[in-house]
Design a protein around this ligand. Structure first.
Ligand code: FES
Length: 148
């Protein structure tokens, strides 16, 4: 193996390890659930947001509800025990399904970005995401989807 080939192989191996590590950490960070569908909306156990990090209990910033009866997933952000937002993950520009990343929802089609309350941060979309009222009672979150 000559020097050039060695460097090329080493860089490929390093890049592969980085990509795989990033992909695995992304998978670990995003939690998908199906929720429980009622006649007026979705029920979610708030414990779905709980996870552990270095032995400590922490809360996920968001979870994604995805099931066969929903045309698009719903991203549910947790701000505190009583404040949540539930956002329809359909880009308001041309309807592409959004990707959640931290406190942003991003569109891979033309680059629009939305914040965790659904407001447009980067166009070309110019309309906020559809959001649903979230209420907390009896240790359950209820996402009212009657407006779909
Ligand atoms: S469909 Fe999302 S930016 Fe165009």
């Amino acid at each position: 193996m000559d020097r050039r080939e060695f460097i090329k192989n080493s860089c490929t191996a390093c890049l592969s390890a980085t990509v795989i590590g990033t992909a695995l950490s992304s998978c670990r960070a995003t939690k998908y659930i199906s929720g429980t569908l009622g006649s007026d909306g979705l029920f979610i156990d708030p414990k779905e947001f709980v996870t552990t990090q270095n032995g400590k209990t922490v809360y996920r910033a968001f979870i994604i509800v995805r099931n066969d009866t929903l045309q698009y997933p719903v991203c549910v952000y947790r701000f505190n025990d009583n404040e949540y937002s539930a956002l329809w993950m359909s880009c308001t520009h041309q309807g592409t399904e959004l990707q959640a990343s931290g406190d942003r929802l991003q569109c891979t089609a033309h680059g629009s970005e939305f914040d965790s309350k659904g407001a447009v941060k980067t166009g070309p979309a110019n309309k906020s995401l559809r959001s649903f009222p979230v209420s907390v009672s009896n240790n359950q979150l209820f996402i009212d989807m009657r407006a779909i």
